[in-house]
Design a protein. Structure first.
Length: 622
């Protein structure tokens, strides 16, 4: 018995050593788990990063932080000011962000935590008083950058909820030590925050409809700025700045810079300046001798705007002439810039400008394109005769020149590029070719005496429609799936359906009666010309195709042609338009795309447009 008791005592004495032998072990990570674990932080998860957790444990603060997080933050803040440790500023940034994520925006500590997180992360990234210098290859640097951007996003949400965005310079935010005061704002965007109906954080939205998300990573918080449709603004410019009269959403990037060091903030009053940058016109931020990549998102604001505009119009709105007449116009996607070349996109039959935004989205992803070009879209009633739509388009472009370049000294305006799909290509071609009314009368076998007998008003309308020459400021055109010589479908079953669906605007019917009547041999002054639709002009043997089919653009031009099955050249078609109709002699380039008639949707088309625009830059600069 005594022997057994002694044995038990020995085992009890040795048990820690036996247990210790099983304390340490390793195991194999599953694929990606190790990477995920090292890259999680308070911004990307509900917990803390391994970096900050390790710091807390090494300083015996982990359990205390879990119990009294704000006490730990206050103590570490005092230590930061004393030691000026750069790494410590990051730990504090993440701890404040972590605590802030547990609070509601109504909580008085919400703004304090996120303002402090922003200041601490700014201190890590930029404060020259912190030691040692920042290491851009460290994980702390990457985390600090992300924490700064997301803390600023939280403050934007806070300011928006408390209706403080309109007066940002009056904004005072409490810190863990002192107050952060905005003393000024530098706004690069065309309009100030007061012009915007609301501001949204781009991080909050997931877009649909675009195959690619165009964003860039760097410093700053991407915003969606929704500009309300103004009632009192100059109608001269207002008509070009709002697609279909709805509010416009523009991208922006917010950035806050500190005027002095938090580490030497002895009076507890830290001054800051807010900056609002335009990501359509820049990719980098320059301040305090630094040149930094700027975080931006140009796709989400486009999706936000288009979702509101498309909700108003159903399928049949594309055939309703009165609805299309209300939408008609040339619209700037972004504010006009005098040093950028205009590119105007023109949609086709029974369509709208919305077809162009995937292409515009992709083009904005190329810094060279974004630097040199600005994008506009033209909206028109596609049921109208093409010559009428072209005359309206011509008038609009001339008016645009009058409004934005009245003295004709803007060299960028004088390098305009037109890109048209299908019927939109025909409108574009009539901007860079010429005809006289006599050409039309000759093909229609109409004697000149008939024109002489018309009223002065009718003569003027006829000249507007049929006497035209190239616009001097358009220097290049791209024709996508354009039926220069018509389409057989226009006179078949689909053409008949289109004539049933289309409803011409009343004003267009009046113009048609005045201008087309004299081109009909059997008409007299008492007869009414039957309604003429845009689709009628697409019939291969129509008067329109006979006169314009072989017109040669008097500027550099390119053709992009769809081929649904890549068959032999003589049989090529995109299911709507044949190769013979789309082909024009003299093109600078001609590209066949494996596509149906919706050629503009395809990435090879977008890449070709990008190539053409880059070529245009080179030609303009030589």
């Amino acid at each position: 018995m005594l022997y057994i008791k002694s044995y038990i005592k020995i085992l009890f004495f040795l048990s820690p050593f036996f247990l210790q032998c099983g304390t340490y072990s390793t195991f194999t990570y599953s694929q990606y788990d190790q990477v995920r674990a090292t890259r999680l932080n308070a911004v990307s998860s509900k917990g803390l990063s391994l970096i900050t957790t390790s710091f807390l444990r090494s300083n015996d603060l982990y359990d205390k932080y879990l119990e009294l997080p704000r006490v730990v933050i206050y103590d570490l803040d005092n230590r930061l000011v004393a030691e000026k440790s750069r790494d410590l500023s990051y730990y504090l940034a993440e701890l404040c962000y972590h605590v802030g994520n547990t609070l509601d925006t109504e909580d008085p500590m919400f703004a304090r935590m996120f303002a402090s997180s922003l200041v601490y992360s700014y201190t890590y990234l930029f404060d020259k008083k912190a030691i040692p210098g920042p290491d851009p290859f460290s994980m702390q640097f990457r985390f600090a950058l992300e924490t700064y951007n997301r803390s600023l996003a939280q403050l934007v949400r806070y300011a928006k909820k408390n209706r403080k965005l309109a007066n940002l310079t009056d904004l005072n935010l409490p810190l863990m030590r002192g107050i952060l005061t905005m003393i000024g704002a530098e706004v690069e965007t065309t309009w100030t925050p007061k012009n915007f109906l609301e501001v949204e954080v781009a991080y909050d939205y997931k877009n649909e409809g675009f195959s690619n998300q165009i964003d860039r990573f760097g410093i700053g918080t991407p915003l969606i700025m929704i500009r309300k449709h103004p009632e009192r603004e100059s109608p001269e410019r207002k008509k070009y700045e709002f697609v279909a009269g709805v509010g416009q959403a523009y991208p922006g990037t917010a950035f806050i810079s500190l005027e002095d060091s938090y580490l030497e903030n002895r009076n507890l009053h830290l001054k800051a300046k807010i900056h609002l940058f335009d990501p359509v016109h820049r990719d980098r931020i320059q301040f305090s001798g630094l040149d930094l990549p700027m975080e931006s998102d140009t796709t989400t604001p486009l999706a936000y705007m288009l979702s509101g505009a498309e909700k108003r119009d159903g399928f049949f709105a594309k055939f309703d002439g009165e609805t299309a007449l209300d939408r008609k116009g040339l619209y700037l996607i972004y504010p006009y810039k005098r040093d950028k070349i205009p590119v105007v996109f023109v949609h086709g039959l029974a369509s709208s400008p919305f077809i162009w935004f995937p292409m515009i989205n992709e083009l904005l992803g190329d810094p060279r394109i974004k630097e040199k070009y600005q994008f506009w879209v033209y909206w028109y009633p596609t049921g109208n005769p093409i010559t009428l739509s072209a005359a309206d388009f011509r008038d609009t472009l001339n008016d645009l020149r009058r409004v934005y370049d009245p003295k004709g000294v803007d060299s960028s305006f004088d390098r305009m590029v037109l890109v048209g799909h299908s019927m939109g290509g025909l409108l574009s071609k009539l901007m860079v070719t010429r005809t006289k009314k006599e050409d039309w009368m000759h093909v229609a076998n109409i004697p000149l005496s008939r024109y002489d007998s018309l009223s002065p008003e009718t003569k003027e309308e006829i000249k507007r429609l049929f006497d035209f020459k190239p616009l001097p400021f358009v220097k290049r055109a791209v024709f996508i799936a354009t039926p220069h010589r018509g389409s057989n479908l226009a006179e078949g079953f689909l053409g008949s359906i289109a004539r049933i669906l289309f409803v011409l605007p009343k004003s267009a019917i009046s113009n048609i009666g005045k201008a087309y009547k004299f081109l009909t041999l059997n008409s007299d002054k008492d007869t009414i010309v039957p309604e003429t639709y845009g689709v009628d002009d697409l019939v291969p043997n129509s008067l329109f195709t006979k006169v314009t089919g072989d017109l040669k653009p008097e500027v550099a031009f390119h053709s992009i042609i769809g081929n649904s099955k890549f068959r032999d050249l003589e049989w090529i078609n995109d299911s709507i338009v044949s190769y013979d109709s789309s082909h024009l002699e003299g093109a600078r380039s001609e590209l066949l795309i494996d596509s149906d008639h919706s050629v503009q949707d395809h990435m090879p088309t977008i890449l070709e447009i990008r190539r053409v625009l880059l070529e245009h830059i080179g030609a303009s600069e030589n």
